[in-house]
Design a protein around this ligand. Structure first.
Ligand code: ADP
Length: 228
């Protein structure tokens, strides 16, 4: 059976107005990503990568076109319904970890699961397993400030997948790390994606890391174009 499409964008446009000027960033993006597929979004700064990820993650609404998550069009949904989809079906990783500083690593990963209604013991068990998988089980009780950049980012990745989303969106998740650390964080991310079968779209400037993904795309004249 063919894998289902986890994320689809059709004719997506996004324009910003600055004073009297209108800036067209996305001019009819058509893109789809199947469950279990990974794609690297490799494009220069300012071309609209973050904008695209925000639209795909239902953080913003397009000016035209549609975003479908798991085949369901989200355009006409109210904010509450979009928030529910974002919480259940989408995981985010940013360049900076955005972990809650007053909570430990494991508590940070438990948080979205508790919000989703999982029992505390179950959430703790699942979080511990994710930390082990990311090879930082021994750092579970440390707060973010006590972790290295690579460890913080691995906690952020574990948190993003804690609720077993359908789609993982990452905006330069290793952009803030030295090359060696970036390499192993990216490998951990890739292994996790493979193991869990989610669809992942990862914006990165690193071609070497991008080569680990199933597909590579770029943004050209406001549209998504396949590379190689
Ligand atoms: P990238 O992630 O590829 O660096 P962005 O999606 O962040 O690109 O931004 C694309 C372009 O849109 C940039 O020129 C940026 O200045 C502009 N832009 C992004 N967000 C806004 C906004 N809220 N208002 C006006 N312009 C914006």
């Amino acid at each position: 059976m063919a894998a289902r499409v986890a994320l689809q964008l059709t004719g997506v446009e996004r324009h910003y107005t600055q004073g009297d000027n209108s800036l067209s960033i996305l001019k009819g993006v058509d893109f789809s990503l199947k469950a279990g597929q990974t794609v690297a979004l490799v494009a220069p700064s300012g071309t609209g990568k973050s904008t695209l990820l925000h639209l795909a993650g239902l953080l913003e609404r397009p000016d035209a076109g549609e975003v479908l998550i798991n085949g369901v069009s989200c355009g006409t949904m109210g904010d509450q319904q979009r928030t529910a989809i974002r919480r259940n079906d989408i995981g985010f990783v940013y360049q900076f970890h955005h972990l809650l500083p007053e909570f430990t690593a494991i508590e940070n990963i438990m948080m979205p699961q508790l919000i989703a209604g999982l029992a505390k013991a179950e959430a703790r068990e699942r979080s511990a397993a994710l930390l082990d998988y990311m090879r930082i089980g021994h750092r579970a009780e440390h707060r973010p400030a006590e972790l290295s950049g690579g460890e913080q980012q691995r906690v952020a990745i574990a948190r993003a997948v804690a609720n077993a989303p359908l789609v993982l969106l990452a905006d330069e998740p290793t952009g803030n790390l030295d090359p060696e650390t970036a390499g192993y964080v990216f490998e951990a991310l890739e292994a996790l994606v493979r193991q869990s079968g989610l669809a992942a779209m990862i914006a990165t400037h690193n071609y070497q890391l991008a080569s680990l993904m199933d597909r590579r795309v770029t943004l050209e004249n406001g549209k998504v174009v396949e590379l190689d």
